[in-house]
Design a protein around this ligand. Structure first.
Ligand SMILES: *Cc1c(COP(=O)(O)O)cnc(C)c1O
Length: 391
């Protein structure tokens, strides 16, 4: 047996059922395991590695920062954080940002900010948040409370209270949950984990209008669908609907653990000194990565590339739907695609892995395609060729 797998299984908390390979290194859109086997990677570390692996320009930026300083705490200012914040706010249209260490912490911050905004208005502690069924927002107890998947929550109650769930893409179901206590509505413009469901334009516009009418804070979770993945820098920009608070993570640092929540001035000003904090937040190594990632999006013209290559991926996946009876449908947006199967996704994933292709699932019967954003049409062809043999 592989020694790495053996030692890991003996020592790790047992909360993941891992595939039986140990990754040693990556290069471009390929990963290599510690037995030297090469894989075409359509998972990108779960929608993280936008530029692929071992990108020299990105690596150099991090190495440079390591040689200067990698941590300062929030007692002082640091240059990479200032740069990253300016670029983040320019790209999102938000006014103020807080850099976290993960996606789930970004959600925690968003929830706290929305609650503080409501508290300042009402001076009461009974505000409610509306979230969506089948959503996914993270595993810490606050983010878990707004995650619309009871299977993840059951053993960990009580979670934070005052959360109610509505149906995604069903404005009437959201309206039915609104009352005078509602302080925020949180949703993913494209649901990832829950099954690759893009929001409809009418739905996002309807929710926005509802929030404007009732002074409810609209939170968009762009942790998976943001950072160019769906063909615009952030998914909401393609819908022409702007949130009051938004969250980011995953591809934000392209491998360095970092997340963010950001808000418009009107909402962000609800926070006062001391309301939020974290030791590693705004960390110079993490924010140097963020800063470099934003620069590279521009110099690579990555959004244009995603639009082009994702149209091709959609075409090729649609052809598979026509060809194999066990594929029910294709869903998704940009380079965030899913194939819903009538058979367990794991059967296909294991066969693909054996044949040198990494793909992941969303739920038990959906194949999820979230490749590095730099993939080419040739990579798509190679992926499809392997996938066909698996089906
Ligand atoms: C992955 C994800 C999260 C949680 O992020 P972590 O970094 O794993 O804590 C939250 N929301 C969405 C939409 C995600 O895809």
């Amino acid at each position: 047996m592989n020694k790495c797998i053996e030692v890991s299984d003996k020592n790790f908390m047992q909360v993941y059922s891992r595939y039986q390979i140990a990754i040693e290194k990556g290069d471009g859109v390929y990963l290599f395991d510690n037995e030297g086997k090469k894989y075409l990677d359509f998972a990108a570390g779960i929608a993280v590695f936008a530029f692929g692996y071992n990108n020299k320009e990105y690596n150099e930026a991090l190495k440079e920062q390591i040689d200067k300083v990698i941590h300062t705490s929030n007692l002082y200012y640091n240059v990479p954080a200032a740069d990253a914040a300016e670029k983040f706010n320019k790209a999102t249209g938000m006014d103020r940002v807080f850099f976290t260490n993960s996606g789930t912490e970004a959600i925690e911050g968003a929830i706290k900010l929305a609650r503080k905004y409501a508290y300042n208005k009402t001076k009461t502690n009974d505000s409610e948040i509306i979230s969506m069924n089948h959503s996914f927002h993270g595993r810490s107890t606050g983010a878990l409370a707004v995650t619309g998947q009871p299977k993840y929550q059951e053993a960990f109650r009580p979670l934070i209270n005052g959360v109610v769930f509505a149906d995604f893409n069903d404005l009437e179901s959201v309206k039915a949950k609104v009352n005078e206590k509602t302080c925020a509505i949180i949703l993913e413009p494209v649901q990832g984990e829950g099954g690759l469901y893009p929001a409809t334009k009418e739905f996002l516009q309807g929710v926005r209008a509802l929030c404007d009418e009732k002074d409810i804070v609209l939170i968009f979770d762009e942790i998976q669908c943001g950072m160019g993945r769906t063909g615009s820098m952030f998914a909401y920009q393609d819908y022409g609907v702007k949130p009051d608070i938004m969250t980011s993570a995953k591809a934000l640092g392209c491998g360095v653990p970092v997340g963010a929540f950001a808000a418009t001035e009107r909402i962000a000003s609800a926070f006062e000194i001391g309301d939020h904090g974290t030791t590693y937040g705004f960390n110079p190594l993490a924010t140097a990565a963020v800063s470099k990632v934003f620069d590279m999006f521009e110099s690579y013209h990555l959004i244009d590339h995603v639009k082009e290559v994702s149209a091709y991926l959609e075409q090729q996946l649609d052809a598979l739907v026509g060809e194999f009876a066990c594929i029910k449908e294709r869903r998704g947006k940009g380079l965030m695609q899913g194939l819903e199967l009538t058979i367990p996704a794991k059967d296909i994933i294991l066969k693909a892995m054996d044949r040198g292709l990494l793909i992941i699932s969303a739920g038990s019967n959906i194949l999820r395609f979230v490749p590095p954003l730099v993939i080419t049409k040739e990579d798509v062809d190679a992926m499809i060729a392997i996938l066909k043999t698996c089906f």
